[in-house]
Design a protein around this ligand. Sequence first.
Ligand code: FES
Length: 540
Amino acid sequence: MHITIVTSKKEYSLSAEKGASLLDLLRSNGIKVNSVCGGKGRCGKCAIRLLSGRLDITTADRAVFSEAELENGCRLACRAALYDDITIELINSGEEILADPDGMPVNNGIYADSDGMPEDNEKTAVPETVFGKAEYGIAIDIGTTTLALALVDINQGRVLCCRTSENPQRVYGTDVISRIDRAAKGSGSELKKLISSKLSTEIAALINDNKPEYGEIKRIAIAGNTAMLHILRGYDTSGLGSHPFTPVNINFEELQLAALLSEEKLPDDLKCVPVTILPGISAFVGADIVSGLFSLGFQKREKPCLFLDLGTNGEMAVGTRDRLLVTSVAAGPAFEGGNIKWGTGSIKGAISKVSIRDGKPGIKTVGGLLPPKGICGTGVIETTAELLGNKIIDETGLLSDLFFDSGYPLSKNASGETIVFTQDDIREVQLAKSAVRAGLEILLERYGAGYDEIDRLYISGGFGHTLDISKAAKIGMIPEELYGKCEAKGNTSLSGLISFLRDPKKGRTAFERIRKISKELYLSSDEKFNRLFLEYMSFE
Ligand code: FES
């Protein structure tokens, strides 16, 4: 059968076996369609439009599309089985297409703040050293949503360039659980291939863009959550998905780059570069958190501090150099723009700042690019806070009658469609913020510290843009008592990796210290956590 795919950029012609899944066909040909629910027919993100031929309407199609949309050819690619020659259009094209079938990665322009570092994908001049060759290191943070790389002069501690891009595994679901599940059910090697190939491309681009011709890459360090590192290493993820949540390996690992990534895409002189994979604490609290704690100096803190990393999970820690209590809550991907109707990663053009005056919205986007493309995590928090402050939603999270069905309009995109914030989006924010807030409260209680004893609260994460802490407090994610002690940080995992590259010996000692003094708190079956979670759903 012949399948023709029309996108805004070009037309592709593919052949398929009878009965094949449309989503699998698109993926196996490098056309990456968003699939937030991991192909379960629930999120609607894999929508396509049938232009000619036959695609049966499934029950999942009926649950997602209106009669008019079905009539218009809308179908879910993940539910579509191919029995006819068809021509389709990708509805979520553009940034959803991460690579074209020729294997050429499309620069999707994802940007994220990195505390104290140059703007992402922006470079500073490569230093010529007078005394000899400069030496470089590469820091790699593998987030569930975003990959971040930094090229570092390891002697001077200068960051020469940062690159960020979307994790290509996102097409297998936006949250960690979907990835663990897919990897455990047979897609592990496909997921590993995706990340391995993407990292090889990103490393090659980092080198090419900066040509460290006066020196060499001495070492590479990698951090990420436990699931991302398991997939990268090709480990069995089934132990991460169910009780007693046993990882295969969360210790330091040392290997050569060619043993880890797609060899064919790596520059020859990099193949033997030593790589250190940093250690984690558990299935839920990974190397990215240890790296974040290290970068914030928790191993030296005398007064108790709090650390909150907001990603697709909310990981948090409290303590000093003598004792740390760490935990993780399933916050859902709302703070990274996931499960939000117009949600997007922190790409240029994503709405990141929102203010509502006299009922009218004002917006700012990442990179100042207009018209906007969607709403990133920071924009999600800002929109909720502004709607609340203007009484457009009530304390239970209910949108006013005027916007209940249509959603609150923020702006129009390039195609003239209205970017709205919907009632379902608000529910996602409520779930995420109550999980984080309940987690913080229980963590503090079990650690045995009151708000007044906490010296600082550091918040890191891939919101895409500087988080306005007052807005996070306004929606009740952070207790008011801690508001004045909050500091928004960027990607602390990357900062920790950079410090590690400068002095791996010292870094090792600090990492081991953090792991040794850390105790994990499990919250999923904690009665009080579950009660508080329900309590904090409201905005009161
Ligand atoms: S509905 Fe198809 S991937 Fe979610």
